[in-house]
Design a protein around this ligand. Structure first.
Ligand SMILES: Cc1cc2nc3c(=O)[nH]c(=O)nc-3n(C[C@H](O)[C@H](O)[C@H](O)COP(=O)(O)O)c2cc1C
Length: 359
């Protein structure tokens, strides 16, 4: 069978897939595929790109929530009626959405500019707070039971930075997370040209940071140096970077279940797009939500459980809610960072069975 080209897909399919392609994902893993069967477009999990993360992993659910938000915003922009879209039972099933062919045929050539402008900025930001009206607007945004909290007092930011330091210290001791991050890093232009993963240029590393990341990418070295406390030092650096901002924005809620993570992903993307609209830079930090969810799922080694539990209790007391879905460092940018690449459309858009039978 010949490999499908972009011409095998109607314009509306390409438009929606291109818009979905711009969605952020943990370590730029892009764990999705778009399957066109000649009639409808399916939005599905792609296991080969989820790495060790299954489709029920909270980071994947956040990304799929953001993906749905991108697709709905793209549909609204093009005047495509999304009322007929069917939601799958994701993540129990691999399909998030089934999108039937719209009645209209004309769609824009490119995704909405608002979706293309959004990006991650890991450089330091200015420390002036967000405009008050924007903070108030964000704090009123919700999706299901997930809500937004804005922290812009320096004492609040320092408190959250301390929690990030603690979570980060545990993360640098986790072989599983270390290996996942190491396989995501792209050091050379050839590696980055694959279009997925984290190009080191986008990481805003301090001098020597690139060589250190490369050295520590081997878990045995990280584990050895942890014995001398390098995990504490790295965690301290990560936490101090968190304070270089105007405000920290937390997505919180009462429940840790798949539907809540998907809702949080939709809200994450809406908040991110809204901040981008006003020229405010965004840097997501998943390390603390990840610690809370690993603790809830029994995924913390026994020796670290006490420290993890105390960190989780302190985080919940500070946030006033049981669940933290995501933390965003935000502020007026000082620099425009290099942009992360994406996989080519051909890699994520395929023909489904109904169509293959006809060809
Ligand atoms: C669920 C999720 C978790 C993320 N966690 C982090 C994080 O902890 N640290 C970080 O620097 N970026 C994080 N990111 C940002 C991604 O690395 C980024 O979206 C991806 O590399 C694509 O780049 P872009 O946002 O510039 O398009 C996260 C994104 C998502 C959706």
């Amino acid at each position: 069978m010949t490999r499908p080209t972009n011409h095998d897909f109607p314009a509306w399919v390409r438009y929606l897939a291109e818009s979905g392609r711009l969605t952020p994902s943990a370590d730029n893993s892009q764990p999705w595929r778009f399957v066109f069967d000649g009639h409808a477009l399916g939005v599905e999990f792609e296991p080969s790109r989820g790495g060790t993360l299954g489709r029920d992993h909270p980071a994947v659910l956040l990304a799929f929530g953001a993906l749905e938000e991108n697709l709905r915003q793209a549909a609204a922009h093009a005047g495509i009626d999304a009322a007929a879209w069917r939601r799958g039972n994701f993540p129990a099933d691999e399909r998030l959405l089934t999108i039937p062919a719209p009645t209209q045929t004309a769609v824009p050539d490119t995704p909405p500019a608002a979706l293309s402008r959004r990006h991650t900025n890991r450089a330091p930001f200015r420390t002036e707070p967000l405009p008050e009206s924007l903070g108030t607007e964000l704090a009123a945004m919700t999706e299901d039971d997930v809500r937004v909290q804005v922290f812009d007092r320096r004492d609040q930011i320092r408190r959250l930075a301390d929690l990030i330091r603690r979570a980060s210290r545990l993360r640098f001791q986790s072989e599983k997370i270390h290996r996942w991050l190491a396989q995501s890093l792209r050091f050379t232009p050839e590696e980055a040209a694959r279009g997925d993963g984290l190009a080191v240029e986008t990481l805003a590393l301090p001098p020597g940071g690139r060589a250190l990341s490369r050295f520590l990418a081997d878990w045995r070295r990280q584990a050895f140096l942890n014995r001398f406390g390098i995990h504490r030092l790295l965690a301290r650096i990560e936490a101090s970077q968190l304070t270089r901002c105007g405000a920290l924005v937390a997505l919180t809620g009462p429940a840790d279940e798949a539907a809540a993570w998907l809702a949080a992903g939709r809200l994450l993307q809406r908040v991110w797009l809204r901040l981008t609209e006003d020229g405010i830079a965004v840097h997501p930090y998943f390390v603390l939500p990840d610690l809370l969810q690993r603790l809830a799922r029994g995924d913390i080694p026994a020796a670290q459980q006490e420290f993890a539990r105390r960190t989780a209790t302190a985080a919940r007391a500070f946030l006033g809610e049981p669940q933290l879905f995501m933390l965003l460092r935000t502020g007026v940018p000082r620099k425009t960072p290099p942009r992360a690449a994406r996989l080519p459309l051909e890699a994520i858009l395929t023909l489904g069975t109904a169509n293959r039978r006809q060809t």
